[in-house]
Design a protein around this ligand. Structure first.
Ligand SMILES: Cc1cc2nc3c(=O)[nH]c(=O)nc-3n(C[C@H](O)[C@H](O)[C@H](O)COP(=O)(O)OP(=O)(O)OC[C@H]3O[C@@H](n4cnc5c(N)ncnc54)[C@H](O)[C@@H]3O)c2cc1C
Length: 404
């Protein structure tokens, strides 16, 4: 099967050859570095579709840190690479092409930029270098058992008591909460008629007395999400980010900055190639059957959808660089990327289901190749929930298109 997904569909700027040359030179440099410096054992894990944990993410980030590339989107004054959005897309594509893990987003993509924008000088000095060199590993304390899509209804409460806030309540679905040493936490510091007001953002050490992390067992068998409980947790008042009661502004800033998913689109291309190879192997082993014809057809449709997503992403990047509004593009992209990710693992599961003896675990207790595809299939079910559900994204798109 051949498609043109191996090509790099960057809509290069219209600034003439000199500017195009700059991006192509940058692409060569980045691809060479990534290929030569990401350790083979890490690449093998990613290639096999294994779960990537903190130790693996940090080893890769430390390598990038030494090169000055740990934080592609951060300004150089804060230790970032200072790249523009198009350079970041080139970087994400190189990382995905060579089977390296994407950058861990909670510190670099989420709370880091919020601290840069709203934090005190002391907060910047304390936290930003520790995100870059991986000393701190952040998790996100937003969702609660009754506040997910309607996040502003959150109930976890923080009461000011002298030099501290005292936090009580519960967060849920906290990704990497068991690996993180710090959490950025949305809490209610007062009750106001408008629910978006009276919310504050706190930076909390996970080893503070009164915090309990409980794993949530998910169908894929991987441990990635948790419940986090807060019982009279004392947080120093200087850990408040921005103004008390104005935390919703920080939350919105965070979500707006990270609305475009260059990493997700790049990872889809890699995943498409893996599934495509799996399908080809299956056909070699079992010959052609009508099943394979249908799966091949589905892969062509998915290739077209991925190509469409890349085009939309490149267009949105152009818009952002020209400071034009993005409208519903990020939601449309998120929708497309999650559905394609799910569909790819469905194809993979149908292939391994017809070519293996259905062994999910090895004698040593690890997953077999089939077991890993099954885990990936089950894991990708969460893609249409995490970070905004499909229904919520569709609402955004409908409102934009229909003015509803
Ligand atoms: C794997 C995974 C990792 C996550 N990681 C984190 C994390 O690290 N930190 C964190 O804070 N949260 C995290 N979350 C939580 C995630 O953000 C929420 O699950 C998500 O926002 C949906 O909220 P909910 O689960 O409460 O569902 P609800 O909001 O209760 O939604 C239930 C159903 O109702 C639908 N619905 C809700 N509102 C509307 C509406 N207005 N119109 C139409 N339909 C609607 C939804 O689409 C859904 O089908 C994670 C979730 C998952 C699955």
């Amino acid at each position: 099967m051949s498609t043109q997904l191996n090509e790099h569909y960057l809509s290069l700027p219209s600034g003439g050859n000199a500017e195009q040359g700059k991006y192509l030179e940058f692409q060569r440099e980045v691809r060479q570095f990534v290929e030569q410096n990401c350790p083979e054992d890490i690449r093998e894990k990613v290639r096999n579709g294994e779960k990537v944990t903190r130790s693996v993410y940090s080893r890769w980030q430390k390598i990038l840190y030494k090169r000055g590339w740990a934080a592609p989107g951060w300004p150089q004054e804060h230790g970032g690479a200072g790249w523009d959005l198009r350079q970041r897309m080139i970087f994400e594509e190189a990382v995905a092409d060579f089977d390296c893990p994407p950058l861990y987003h909670h510190g670099l993509g989420h709370i880091g930029p919020v601290i840069m924008h709203f934090g005190t000088p002391a907060q910047k000095e304390k936290y930003l270098p520790r995100i870059l060199d991986t000393s701190d590993w952040w998790c996100q304390g937003y969702s609660e058992p009754n506040s997910g899509s309607d996040l502003a209804s959150l109930q976890t409460h923080a009461q000011r008591d002298g030099a501290h806030y005292v936090v009580n309540g519960q967060k849920i679905w906290t990704s990497h909460g068991h690996e993180a040493n710090v959490i950025y936490l949305l809490v209610r510091t007062s009750r106001e008629p408008k629910k978006q007001e009276g919310i504050s953002l706190l930076l909390v050490d996970m080893d503070t007395p009164g915090i309990t992390v409980k794993p949530i067992e998910t169908v894929d068998g991987w441990h990635h999400v948790n419940e986090v409980f807060f019982d009279d947790v004392q947080v120093p008042a200087e850990r408040l980010v921005g103004e008390e009661g104005k935390g919703w502004q920080c939350a919105k800033y965070l979500l707006e900055r990270e609305r475009l998913p260059p990493a997700s689109v790049a990872q889809l291309v890699r995943q498409w190639r893996r599934v495509s190879h799996l399908l080809w192997q299956g056909q070699q082993e079992n010959g052609n059957s009508h099943d394979y014809a249908a799966l091949n057809q589905q892969m062509f449709i998915l290739a077209a959808q991925i190509k469409g997503a890349r085009e939309m992403l490149a267009g949105a990047i152009d818009d952002m660089m020209q400071k034009k509004p993005l409208g519903a593009k990020p939601s449309a992209l998120k929708l497309r990327c999650s559905l394609v990710a799910q569909a790819l693992t469905e194809v993979a599961l149908r292939v391994v289901g017809t070519t293996s003896s259905q062994q999910f675990m090895t004698a040593e207790g690890g997953p077999t190749e089939t077991g890993l595809w099954l885990q990936n299939y089950l894991f990708t079910r969460s893609k249409t929930i995490a970070g905004g559900t499909t229904e919520v994204q569709r609402n955004v798109v409908a409102r934009e298109l229909l003015g509803a």
